[in-house]
Design a protein. Structure first.
Length: 305
């Protein structure tokens, strides 16, 4: 009886061990499968990434072995042929050598161009049409919306009145913009805070001149972002512009710039009308044309303001 009990107990113990091993193996397999099925940053599972890399490594290995075998078969004859050609080129005169060099360089350039053309992403017909339309709009002036022209002209006359150089003015749509006014400052203007204040006032002028409709928002949302950036710059410097003595806060600086721009626009309505009219007629103005339009309307450079 004791031997039979011991045998039965041993069998039960063996069965329990096998069950534990099977359960552990099953749990390990599930964990590994879950890890392999997790998504990576490439949008593929780890299983797919590993399989792809293994396939790539296998193909690369086969290709390398094939290249070694092929070179072993044809390498000596290729080397002998290249040596023969090199000896002939060396023995020939300068004209033949120059021709060979030109052929080699031309072949290299063609290969580089072909590589660039193959790797370059395809251009859709819609992208070509959009690019052609943008180029055409830049070369030939179309219908200019008066509201866009007055908005951009307001930027220009206020910036000009406060001493900035209005370098370009456009009221034609290009890309996501309906118009653009670009201004800058002379190198002898050493105060960055004053430059930021001038930009803040000029940016406010566009919204003041065209305060409603899509040209005010979202059309002029870029002006708002630039104005906040200019105000933030002044606050970081901790200096007051000469024309502003209020609190150095974004709200205070924006309000002060609006007051200054309002006063200038009321004073410079003839200049604003002249610039807007020229912009409607031509679509874009350069620095000389903007200055001439303002001067023709009796506007000043604003350096004495």
């Amino acid at each position: 009886m004791d031997e039979q009990d011991a045998t039965a107990g041993g069998r039960r113990g063996g069965d329990e061990l096998r069950e534990r091993i099977a359960a552990g193996w099953s749990a390990l397999r599930d964990e590994v499968a879950g890890w392999l099925n997790e998504q990576t940053a490439f949008g593929l599972s780890r299983r797919e990434v590993i399989a792809g890399r293994a396939s790539t490594a296998a193909r690369a290995t086969v290709g390398a072995c094939a290249a070694v075998v092929l070179w072993g078969l044809i390498g000596p004859s290729v080397v002998a042929r290249v040596r023969e050609i090199a000896e002939r080129v060396i023995a020939s005169g300068p004209p033949a050598q120059n021709a060979v060099i030109a052929v080699v360089i031309g072949g290299w350039l063609i290969g580089r161009w072909f590589r660039w053309a193959v790797r370059r992403p395809p251009v859709s017909a819609a992208a070509v049409t959009l690019a052609a339309a943008q180029v055409a709009s830049m070369l030939t002036p179309g219908d200019v919306d008066e509201r866009v022209a007055r908005h951009e002209a307001a930027h220009a006359v206020v910036a000009h009145a406060l001493g900035a150089q209005v370098r370009q003015l456009r009221a034609l749509p290009v890309g996501n913009t309906g118009g653009r006014c670009e201004w800058g400052f002379e190198a002898d203007r050493t105060s960055a805070v004053e430059n930021a204040w001038v930009s803040l006032c000029a940016l406010a002028a566009g919204e003041l001149e065209v305060p409603e409709g899509p040209y005010a928002w979202p059309g002029a949302s870029g002006d708002t972002h630039e104005a906040i950036a200019a105000a933030t710059f002044i606050i970081r410097r901790g200096e007051h512009p000469a024309e502003y003595d209020g609190p150095l806060t974004i709200e205070g600086l924006l309000a002060g710039a609006h007051r200054r721009a309002t006063a200038l626009l009321a004073e410079l309505q003839p200049a604003l009308g002249a610039v807007a009219a020229a912009l409607i007629a031509r679509g874009r103005l350069d620095q000389t044309e903007v200055a001439a339009a303002i001067a023709g309307a009796g506007g000043s450079t604003g350096r004495d303001r």
